[in-house]
Design a protein around this ligand. Structure first.
Ligand SMILES: Cc1ncc(COP(=O)(O)O)c(C=O)c1O
Length: 381
């Protein structure tokens, strides 16, 4: 028998990879499953994105290896996007690196900056990939708790009191998944100051800024942020392009160069046509965002109705692609979602997927049609 690497013993198969098999098996057995589980946009990308990829196929460079740093026009489009949307100035030649989705950036950044034994601050609740990648590179995840009372913001007082000597890196994610909490007025300034005080690299994972959020913000807009911060962004949710795999990491030229060293040893560039499509997406007019959000607003109202029918409570001020809802006192997340799955054929994500702080919560995705959500309401009522 071939023994696997020790690092594989530090991670498990991704929750959705396992659970979606179970859900698919139920559907294959004839159950009328409606999934409000995963955040994979069901709406199409902007039409001009599809035109750009189709037109790209006959370009003489279309099928060749591409630059490790992406097309200059793509980096320029990303820089313009950040300037227009967040008032952040980035040098497209040195401060932006296109990625195949922001998820791969979590691995590249960890490979570039972490040694075995380094500690990493990870939000609880939070996106599970921060922890699994930390484990894979042999570093140690240290959870910092977020809770509703503190508006899901980091508790800086508690962090300052903790042992930070081994902490090299901190993941933050505002607007926050799964809770939808938007960054407060001061949290980004506080994070930059915290990073500088303790020499910790702070990375804001920012893929949800444009969904049901009228004031998108970037950590990099804080003066001096580039000294200790990076930001990840993605076209997955903003432009309904999750399967295309386009994201980006931004920060100082020095930091980006370290990440490029890792990435250029792992892949050989992004498909030409995908880059051409991404450029078109990044140039979308404001009407793209407002039209997209009209659809999500309608769906959100329906999900609130569903949550009410399930006796859950939620924050109407939250943003993003999900509704984070608190179950009635004492009800456990996983038992609850299994019951709804079996009895009502509705798949909802248990909050515990995102950490122990998610116990007692469930997460509804807005990536289902209004008709499907109406059907879930009817089933529950
Ligand atoms: C918080 C967070 N970060 C990153 C990602 C990965 O997105 P991408 O498709 O850009 O890899 C997701 C996807 O669900 C997410 O929820």
């Amino acid at each position: 028998m071939i023994e696997v690497a020790k690092r594989l013993q530090t991670v498990e198969e991704y929750y959705f990879s396992k659970k979606l098999r179970e859900v698919a098996a139920l559907a294959a057995s004839g159950k009328p499953i409606i999934s409000l589980g995963i955040g994979s946009p069901d709406l199409p990308p902007p039409p001009k994105v599809l035109e750009a990829i189709s037109e790209s196929f006959t370009h003489p460079n279309a099928h060749k290896y591409q630059s490790y740093q992406g097309l200059p026009e793509l980096r320029e489009a990303m820089a313009t996007f950040y300037k227009t949307q967040f008032a952040v100035e980035l040098n497209p030649a040195s401060e932006i690196l296109p990625l195949m989705g922001s998820k791969e950036g979590i691995m590249h950044i960890s490979m570039a900056f972490l040694n075995e034994g380094d500690a990493v601050l990870i939000p609880n609740p939070g996106y599970p990939t921060y922890q699994s990648v930390t484990n894979l590179v042999g570093a140690k995840g240290v959870f910092y708790n977020l809770d509703a009372e503190n508006n899901w913001m980091p508790d800086f007082e508690a962090l300052e009191k903790s042992d930070l000597t081994k902490v090299k890196l901190m993941w933050v994610n505002y607007p926050h998944m799964p809770t939808g909490a938007k960054p407060t007025e001061t949290v980004f300034e506080d994070l930059v100051a915290f990073g500088k005080r303790h020499n910790i690299l702070i990375i804001n994972d920012n893929p949800y800024s444009f969904i049901l959020n009228d004031a998108p913000k970037s950590l990099l807009a804080v003066e001096g942020a580039k000294d200790v911060c990076l930001e990840l962004n993605s076209l997955s949710k903003t432009f309904n392009m999750s399967g295309w795999r386009v994201g980006m990491v931004m920060g100082s030229a020095e930091h980006i160069n370290h990440i490029l060293k890792v990435k250029s040893n792992m892949d050989s560039g992004m498909f030409f046509g995908i880059q051409k499509g991404a450029i078109e997406a990044l140039h979308c007019a404001d009407s793209w965002y407002s039209e997209l959000n009209k659809v999500y607003e309608e769906r959100r109202k329906l999900v609130w109705e569903l949550a009410d029918a399930l006796d859950c409570t939620y924050d109407k001020n939250a943003s993003g692609l999900f509704i984070w809802a608190k179950l009635p006192e004492g009800v456990k997340s996983e038992a609850f979602i299994d019951k709804i799955l079996i009895e009502k054929n509705i798949f909802i994500t248990p909050g515990t997927v995102f950490g122990t702080q998610g116990e007692g919560y469930i997460r509804f995705s807005l990536c289902a049609t209004s008709e499907a959500i109406k059907e879930t309401i009817a089933r529950v009522k």
